[in-house]
Design a binder for this molecule. Structure first.
Ligand SMILES: Nc1ncnc2c1ncn2[C@@H]1O[C@H](COP(=O)(O)OP(=O)(O)O)[C@@H](O)[C@H]1O
Ligand SMILES: [Mg+2]
Length: 455
């Protein structure tokens, strides 16, 4: 127990006595003598609870409370009341103060309040994190309802989950939600993209290495299993892991222990493992590329994330959401899609699933030419019914970029090409760079400039 508690009072004696009482019970006590200082301290390092006097120089306690309530709604604030301020303390609880305590106070009352306040703050934060994440998994179609139900049942357990589905369907999001809804929520969620790590480095990446364990290793390195201790390790694109790495992962799953590279010291970890792939794992087992025993260990509970074309009803819902989010992020007005545009989006097969929808919407917001998006502004591959009708009807293949400034067109094309290469190589920037014939560092720069995501 070494949670941080902020004590705000202009009287040094009060600060001292709280420091002794709370410090004696193992809390880390920080003090502030006025309102401004209190807000700065919360900003610099948020405490788990605040004890706050009502009468303060510079910024009074009620105002500090009001600001803390809007900035950090989860943070519990206990108000001190001196002589004649009881009424205002009652008012403060109405404003959202956790409790108030009258001066002079007893040691026991302070300790009880501190413990209760911290516990309440933790529960508030948990509730908020959970609500936010479940909301994030948007979709009202039957397959999404079923998915959410499975997630709610599986998340609180320690069971391993293998998340299956096409690229861009939301597998990583599902993994994050599983973590958020588990008792491990306050411990790390660590993702490893198995497709993006070179075979000879994956062991050190996962298990860590002692200094000098391999050429070029100048310092000891912490592995991802250790980083995830107490929390969740997400093995993304697990179907792409080499057979050698598979053997080592299998051992951790069986025995919960491993040795870092170059070390003989066995390390134990408490990690929940989630894995995801868009590969046909039984097929890879049959082909000798994936270990049957590892598949068996990972696949305790399979969760299949349906492709977007099987939940067409969600296209509009997700589309509207991305329109609003994207516009808000770039501080641009959100365009409105005409009914015909929605009809086209709903008829499209979405090979890149939700990621593709998100990218397209992003482009519409950035390249927007007016308040309404008609069918002609949609990408060609959507409006073209079949390759035949496309060639026979020049109008259908007219460039969606017509009339736009060249730099915007180039950027849109670049964005699509880079995203497609990243998708093909499962997020590996190194491999995408090789395919596109550019330097890896240059590609990294373009990825962040264009707001794409890669490893
Ligand atoms: N149900 C959903 N609601 C909202 N956004 C989603 C949903 N599913 C996926 N996304 C978004 O789509 C993108 C692709 O999802 P991701 O989890 O990376 O897919 P995958 O890992 O299956 O390739 C991400 O930006 C993710 O936030
Ligand atoms: Mg993914």
């Amino acid at each position: 127990m070494n949670e941080r508690i902020l004590v705000v009072d202009d009287e040094q004696d009060i600060r001292r006595s709280l420091e002794i009482v709370l410090g004696g019970e193992g809390f880390r006590v920080v003090c502030a003598g006025d309102g401004e200082e209190a807000l700065a301290s919360v900003e610099a390092e948020p405490p788990a609870a605040v004890f706050l006097d009502i009468e303060l120089p510079r910024l009074n306690g009620m105002e500090v409370l009001r600001r803390l309530r809007t900035q950090r709604p989860d943070l519990p604030v206990v108000m001190f009341t001196g002589h004649g301020t009881i009424e205002r303390a009652v008012e403060a609880t109405r404003l959202g103060a956790f409790e108030f305590v009258e001066k002079p106070f007893s040691r026991d009352r302070i300790l009880l309040l501190a413990r209760n306040a911290i516990e309440t703050g933790r529960l508030r934060e948990l509730a908020r994190l959970r609500a936010a994440e479940v909301d994030d998994l948007v979709g009202e179609s039957a397959p999404m309802d079923a998915l959410r139900e499975t997630i709610t049942r599986v998340a609180p357990t320690n069971a391993r989950v293998l998340i299956l589905g096409e690229s861009g369907t939301g597998k990583e999001l599902v993994a994050r939600v599983l973590h958020r809804l588990s008792s491990r929520v306050e411990k790390p969620f660590v993702r490893v993209n198995c497709a993006a790590i070179a075979n000879d480095l994956i062991e050190a990446e996962l298990f860590g290495a002692v200094k000098g364990a391999y050429t070029g290793s100048v310092a000891a390195r912490e592995g991802r299993f250790a980083a995830a201790d107490g929390g969740t390790l997400f093995l993304d694109e697990v179907g792409d892991m080499s057979l050698a790495a598979q053997a080592k992962v299998l051992r951790v799953l069986q025995e919960g222990e491993y040795e870092p590279v170059g070390s003989t010291r066995t390390t134990k970890v408490d990690v929940r493992v989630l894995a995801a792939t868009n590969q046909d794992l039984p097929g890879r087992v049959a082909a000798g590329l994936f270990r049957a025993d590892l598949l068996f260990r990972l696949n305790v509970i399979p969760i299949v994330v349906p492709p977007l074309r099987e939940r067409i009803g969600d296209v509009r819902l997700l589309g509207e959401l991305f329109l609003a989010r994207c516009a808000a992020r770039d501080e641009l007005p959100a365009p409105r899609l005409q009914a015909e545009s929605w009809r086209i989006l709903e008829a499209y097969a979405w090979p890149g699933n939700i990621r593709e929808l998100k990218n397209i919407i992003e482009r519409l917001v950035i390249l927007r030419r007016g308040a309404e998006v008609g069918p002609e502004a949609l990408p060609m591959e959507m409006t073209r019914q079949t390759p035949d009708s496309a060639t026979s009807s020049p109008a259908a293949t007219a460039s969606p970029h017509r009339g736009l400034p060249l730099p915007e067109v180039l950027e849109a094309v670049e964005r699509d090409l880079i995203q497609a290469a990243l998708d093909r190589h499962k997020g590996s920037v190194a491999r995408a760079a090789a395919e596109l014939g550019v330097e890896r560092t240059r590609l990294h720069k373009r990825i962040s400039a264009l707001g794409l995501s890669g490893e």
